[in-house]
Design a protein around this ligand. Structure first.
Ligand code: ADP
Ligand code: ZN
Length: 292
């Protein structure tokens, strides 16, 4: 059985074919412009490929509640062309196959839990620090939804004493995304994150914010493992800084075996930036199993 996988991002749509074991057979990238232009290209890619089901990991906010009237629609996004667009319906109409949907970050979380570094764990969170900051979570073996889905990239933070940057989130200024995303780093320092590798204060401040967020997620969601992915997390020097800062913040309050083994508790994504698309393969498989 071949599955279709679609990682629907704000700048590009990654379309792929894969097998149940997570093998990616082929993959193409289509620019995300307007639904009118982009969706026919996505449909054209999958048509005739004899896929059994399609899994979509979408940018948000997106309605992932299967019993909702607007299930599968993009919601109130600043990407105006996509506002309230029926993403799942518009593809379903053309392809007539089972479609599974979740957020891009829940998809990445599922990818790591199915094929990557968190196999066999029931409660895991996945955080992407890239153009934006997003958090996916699977708690007790279920991807976390509620009235919507978590938007935990926008939590509030205490400011680093040496940081004079006011943040760049249009809604909250100094939330996590406003302080720690790739664009926030670039705006604060006037250079791209990748060019700041040897500047220690950059990563001290970055780790300070990420660790605060992790502390809050640890205390509220009780994950057994935390995976950090996205472009900014390619700066591997962040990992020891974040672990140390999380320990400092927790201040001995939690003494679980997981927390005592920080090097295996807070870890990088393990699937070479394919965790998202591989998660979509699994979403497709689940969608097919549900109709069987
Ligand atoms: P997206 O979030 O758009 O899906 P990425 O996860 O690749 O894509 O994130 C892009 C952001 O990550 C950009 O702001 C970029 O500057 C930053 N970035 C990409 N690669 C690196 C790197 N090696 N080191 C630090 N920052 C990076
Ligand atoms: Zn925000």
């Amino acid at each position: 059985m071949i599955f279709g996988a679609l990682e629907a991002g704000g700048t590009k749509m990654v379309c792929a074919l894969g097998r149940e074991d997570g093998t990616i057979l082929e993959q193409v990238s289509i620019p995300t412009t307007t639904p009118k232009e982009t969706i026919p290209l996505v449909v054209k890619y999958f048509r005739g490929k004899e896929i059994g089901a399609l899994g979509i990991g979408s940018f948000g906010p997106v309605d992932v509640n299967q019993s909702s009237d607007t299930y599968g629609h993009i919601l109130d996004t600043p990407k105006t062309a996509w506002k309230y667009f029926d993403l799942v319906g518009s593809i379903q109409k053309e392809l007539s196959i089972p479609i599974g949907l979740d957020t891009d970050v829940n998809g990445s979380c599922l990818g790591e839990m199915t094929f990557g570094n968190s196999k066999g764990l029931d409660s895991v969170i996945y955080i992407t620090i890239g153009t934006g900051v997003g958090v996916g979570a699977s708690i007790n073996g279920k991807l976390l939804h509620g009235m919507l889905h978590p938007e935990a990239g926008h939590i509030l933070l205490k400011k680093h004493p040496k940081d004079t940057f006011d943040g760049n989130c249009p809604y909250h200024g100094t939330c996590l995304e406003g302080m720690a995303s790739g664009p926030a780093i670039e705006k604060r320092w006037g250079k791209k994150a990748v060019e700041l590798k040897d500047n220690d204060i950059v990563w001290e401040i970055e780790a300070y914010y990420i660790a605060q967020a992790l502390m809050n997620y640890i205390l509220t969601l009780a994950p057994r493992r935390i995976i950090l992915g996205g472009g900014v997390m390619h700066q591997m020097q962040l990992f020891p800084l974040i672990r140390k800062e999380v320990e400092r913040l927790l201040n001995g309050y939690l003494n679980t075996k997981e927390i005592k083994d920080m090097d295996h508790y807070i870890i990088p994504a393990s699937l070479n930036d394919n965790q998202g698309i591989m998660g979509c393969i699994q979403l497709a498989k689940i969608a097919l199993d549900e109709v069987k």
